[in-house]
Each structure stands twice: as C-alpha cells, then as structure tokens.
Design a protein around this ligand. Sequence first.
Ligand code: GLU
Length: 402
Amino acid sequence: MKTPLPDYLSETMLGCFDGGAVADYIPELANVDPDQFGVALCTPEGTQYEAGDAEVEFSIQSASKPFAYALALETRGAAGVEAHVNVEPSGDPFNSASVDEETGRPDNPMINIGAITTYALTAPDDWTAAERFEHVRAGLSAFAGRELSVDLDVYHSEIGTSYRNMSLAYLVRSIGHFELEPSEVVAGYTRQCAIRVTARDLAVMGMTLGTGGVNPVTGQRVVSEETAQRVLSVMSTCGMYNASGDWMTDVGIPAKSGVGGGIFGVLPGQVGAATFSPRLDGFGNSVRGVALFERLSQDMGLHLMGVPPASDAAVHTFTIDEAPETRVVLAFQGPLRFAQSERVLRAFEEIPINELPVHLDFSRVTSADRVALRMINEGIRRLGLDGHPLHIDDPKDVLRRA
Ligand code: GLU
C-alpha cells in the first residue's frame, strides 16, 4: 500500500485560497515567488510527509524566536531569562515597544522587542558576537537535524533598514535588561531571522519541541524537557502575533509564524507540522498557511483542547486458580499517565487483603510518565505491605524499579 498521507496533504492544499501580500518592509522578501506553497509533517518517530514546495528554502524570520528562546533558557535557566523577558501576551503588533510598565521587561520572547533581548541571553555575555551567533546557528541546526545557513541577501537587506529594531534594542538596553552593545544584538538577531529553512526543516524543528527536546530524526537531545514545555507554552499564548487568541481557539496548536511565509505548529507527542506560503494577512501570518492549519486541525483532530480518547483497556484483572496456588493477575497496557495510573490503583484497591500472590504484568505497557511512576510504585509498595507475595513482570523496565 502507498500511504495516503501525501495525497491528503496535496488535496487539502488545493482547498486553501490565497490572499494578502508578501512582506516588503524587508526589501529582499518582496523578491520571493509569492505563489510557492508547501506543507510538511513530522511524527514523533521521525517519519516525514510532505507536499508542494516543502523543500524550498526561505528565511525563517520570526519562526526562529521559539528556538532562540529555548537556547536562552538552556544557557541562563528559566529564572535567568524571566528576569529579563516576560511570558505575557502583548496583544500589540510584533514590532511594538511592549514592555511591562513597572519592570521594563519586554512582554514576551515572540515579539521583536522580547526576541532581541532573548538573543542577547542565548550565550554568556563574555562571548564574542561571532561565537554568540554561531551558538544560535548551530542550535537551530540541531533542532533541524542539518546544518542551516544564513541568507546574506536577506540579512543585508533587513539590517540596512532596521531602525525600528535598533530603537527597541536601545530601549531595552537603557532599561538594563541586557548588557551587550545594542547594535551587535540587533545584527545577531537579524542574522538569526535570515537563517534559511524549508517547511520540512520547520516540521522537524517543531517535532523536536513536541517530543520534549529530542530531535526525532537524529535522536539527539537538543534541549531539556522543561525547556521544550516552556517554549511550547509561550508559543500557545503569544506565537501568532496579535491573532494568537483566535488561532488557539480555531486551530488549537501551539505555533509560530514568520514574515518569510513560514508557520510551524506542534501537537506534543503527535505531530510537528509546517507550511510555507509567502503572502501574509494583516497580522503578518501566511494566508494559506493559516487556512491549511485550520483544515489540518479539523481533519486530523489536532486541537490541543480536544479530549484524548480514554484508554479504558489499561488494566485487565483476572484470577488464576491453578495448583499449587491461586494468584491474582493484573495485566496493563498502553501508555500510563495520571488517568491510567488512577485506574491501576483502583484495581490494586479491589484485591482482597489476604496472602494471595499477586502477579503484575507490565510487559504491554509502552511508557509511564513521572506521575505514573510515583503512583504505581507506591501502589506496589502498599500491596507488599498488605502481605501479598508479588511477582512483577516488567521486561522493558518501564517502572524503573531499582
Ligand atoms: N526579522 C523580522 C523583524 O524583526 C522578523 C519579523 C517577523 O517575522 O515577524 O522585523
């Protein structure tokens, strides 16, 4: 069988009408072919699907911001970044001077003023400008699983006209939220925005956040799980410029767009998706990209607030009455998280308190998260205290018992 997914993607693209206009405040962006359109998906196992211009390179622009934020969190720690950049939606356009009235902290790392500040935090202050940029380029490359490079034409075209970003950088520098020379920071940030990616890259980069920081294609751990979770949270509230509320309601996928025409979205544990189509709406989001994400979300049931199916098959309990002994057998299956573990504990609770041996079979469990480990290991400890001889079958060591 040939998988129907690429055909589905191509057909869905046909239904997305275009409109809007390419960004021209960066002169070089006005030269891209506005009719290009591509989509790519990447799964947690690293399988990739694509249609249209998914392998055409374009400049990442603001879609780089979540990844630079991730690198800053890794370098300075969450508290070290939050001392200088908030995580509040601003509701203002992407290039506004949105800072907290009291602390002067930029509102969030997804708008320019916060992203410029974040760039300064990606590496220690005593690194050179070249070292700092290389750290960012190499970091984004690790997210993508291939070496990314800068589109110098786009860089020069933007840096020559970035008076607004310069003024934002000087403002933050004057308040004291970074120590470096503002013009160096804007140059580095602008280079970061000029990094070339494809929709295919963005889907992998997004899935790397959605697996908790491990690139699903290369297997490399790029950032910690805490960092990935924090980045996705900020994307969900601030990722789509001042259309973020509408986006989360309609599409329901944490996402980030860029004025180069790219959008990527991540449903943790399920899919990284990316689109590329250069014409933008009034908020700066790709018109066909938004339309395609709306369709993907509906067709594939990807809304983050959609209720996941209950896995009520998580526990099977039966009694084996066989000489020389009678024993209670509990077999578990699937991934164990809070709801499943609560069911496991209820099944433990129903075992009569007597000397009957209890056999626990975890061989069909695919994973257990931190909460499941605590709940189930505590349940096992209590079964032991009740006096049951225990036999635990856990060939994959999902319970990570010592
Ligand atoms: N480099 C662009 C800027 O700073 C990025 C804007 C965007 O994609 O929203 O203006």
